[in-house]
Design a protein around this ligand. Structure first.
Ligand SMILES: [Zn+2]
Ligand SMILES: [Zn+2]
Length: 319
């Protein structure tokens, strides 16, 4: 079964994708992402690999949402794996800035391709990293989901940005938040000419960081070459800081968030979030009842202290 079911109370789609349960147990000494596996080129640096067990697929029913409390429709879309390196055990913090730039270019190229398909409403690039996030495959990789709808967190951010613009002469909420963060400085972790990384004022995850372009840009496709290089630079900086914070691979989720493909009027500002799950060197953050059942996050660390710790973590950056 592969379909979308409408959650009438939360007004969001749930992907029911039972074939994902059938994912085979891989032999422990074999990895499909390694050169020589027969599944990837024998030589590559970064590579887009079609997900073998996609949650969204071009081979399923089309997305035709109908009204109703028990609405269902097809999970039409596409899912790719983004291979960051041919080296099986290389942690993302060891990728060079040039390699991150290739990854950014791949995200942008795939976004451009998917934008040609009128059935795709939204392109979600992301990474799950670490066993705490359920990733058992050490091979460095991220993913891209092409979705037929705009996911609820982005929808909510657009609604907030619309509301802000309507009462602030059309200004961008994200640009304003960045301006205030840079002015205050206490939560800024790293910055260069085109991007800035800071712990959000109301961070929900321990050591959470958001990465904004300084210039107003809505999608990956709006970024200049210099901005893409700057993004690669800060992706590398943030990942090195994370892995040096406790001296091991930081388990995290990394959504790359851009404006919906077919809504030129929806206010949005491209950004990357890092949502780590490690709240100290020995403790994990669990999304428990108050977070998952009620949607209210408890933060165990002060955003300002965490920003200070991250500034001091290697590589030390000045801004
Ligand atoms: Zn591998
Ligand atoms: Zn903006």
């Amino acid at each position: 079964m592969q379909q979308l079911r409408w959650h009438a109370l939360l007004e969001q789609w749930v992907v029911v994708s039972t074939h994902r349960q059938d994912r085979p147990q891989m032999p422990s000494n074999w990895c499909p992402f390694d050169p020589g596996s027969g599944r990837v080129p024998d030589n590559y640096e970064v590579y887009l690999y079609p997900n073998d067990f996609p949650a969204f697929s071009p081979d399923t029913e089309p997305f035709h949402p109908e009204a109703g409390l028990f609405a269902e429709t097809g999970a039409r879309g596409a899912c790719d794996v983004v291979l960051y390196s041919p080296e099986h055990t290389l942690p993302p913090s060891k990728l060079t800035v040039d390699r991150w730039r290739q990854i950014v270019d791949l995200w942008a190229e795939r976004t451009q391709q998917l934008a040609q398909n009128p059935e795709i409403a939204f392109v979600a690039a992301f990474e799950n990293c670490g066993e705490a996030v359920g990733v058992t495959m050490p091979h460095p990789h991220g993913q891209i989901y092409a979705m037929p709808f705009v996911p609820p967190n982005v929808r909510k951010e657009i609604a907030s940005a619309k509301q802000y613009a309507s009462t602030n002469g059309g200004g961008c909420l994200f640009c304003r938040l960045l301006e205030e963060e840079l002015k205050d400085g206490s939560r800024v972790v790293a910055a260069d000419d085109h991007f800035a990384a800071f712990v959000p004022y109301a961070a929900r995850f321990p050591a959470e960081i958001t990465l904004y372009p300084r210039r107003h840009a809505r999608t990956l496709l709006d970024l200049s070459r210099e901005e893409k290089s700057s993004l690669a630079n800060l992706l590398s900086t943030v990942r090195r800081k994370y892995d040096n914070l406790y001296g091991f691979l930081m388990p995290l989720m990394m959504p790359v968030k851009q404006a919906p493909l077919r809504e030129p009027d929806s206010p949005y500002h491209f950004h990357v979030q890092f949502l780590p799950l490690q709240r100290s060197a020995t403790k994990l953050k669990y999304l428990a009842t108050i977070e998952t059942g009620f949607g209210t996050f408890l933060a165990d660390t002060s955003p300002e202290n965490m920003a200070e710790n991250l500034r001091r973590s290697e590589p030390v950056t000045t801004f």
